[in-house]
Design a protein around this ligand. Structure first.
Ligand SMILES: [Zn+2]
Length: 143
């Protein structure tokens, strides 16, 4: 009998403790998540800096137009096929490049020059098949 009472008290205490600290716990998780995200972002931008620096001969500029804002610089697959390659490696491109000892298949381009290149090579909508476009159009007409 006493055991049952004790057990009931423990249970009540646990529930009470949980309710009293619920908000604190949520807050702690939230702030850690943010910190975790920040750490990951810092790590990513460091990797990006190393890779962009390597492929731009430390100029940190687009090889085509000279644009130098890091936020819009990225690695371009010189011979195309970038999205297929990204699917294959299943990881972050910058860490893949470092792990694979900076293969000579990339150049640094700004996003503008990348889009222009994709347009010129008809790669812009390559990842969407004609069948998918047709299906989309049919669905829109059907509405
Ligand atoms: Zn450019």
């Amino acid at each position: 009998m006493r055991k049952a009472i004790r057990r009931e008290n423990n249970k009540r205490y646990s529930q009470d403790f949980y309710l009293r600290h619920k908000d604190k716990k949520t807050e702690y998780r939230k702030s850690n998540k943010k910190r975790d995200q920040e750490t990951r972002q810092k790590h990513q931008s460091k990797l990006k800096e190393i890779v962009i620096s390597h492929y731009s001969d430390k100029s940190m500029k687009c090889q085509k137009c000279g644009f130098s804002d890091m936020r819009a610089l990225s690695l371009d697959h010189i011979d195309g096929g970038g999205s297929k390659h990204l699917k294959e490696i299943k990881t972050n491109l910058y860490s893949w490049v470092i792990k694979n000892n900076f293969p000579k298949m990339f150049q640094v381009l700004c996003m503008n020059c990348q889009w222009i290149k994709r347009c010129e090579n008809n790669e812009l909508y390559g990842h969407i098949s004609d069948k998918m476009i047709q299906k989309y159009i049919e669905e829109q007409i059907g509405k």
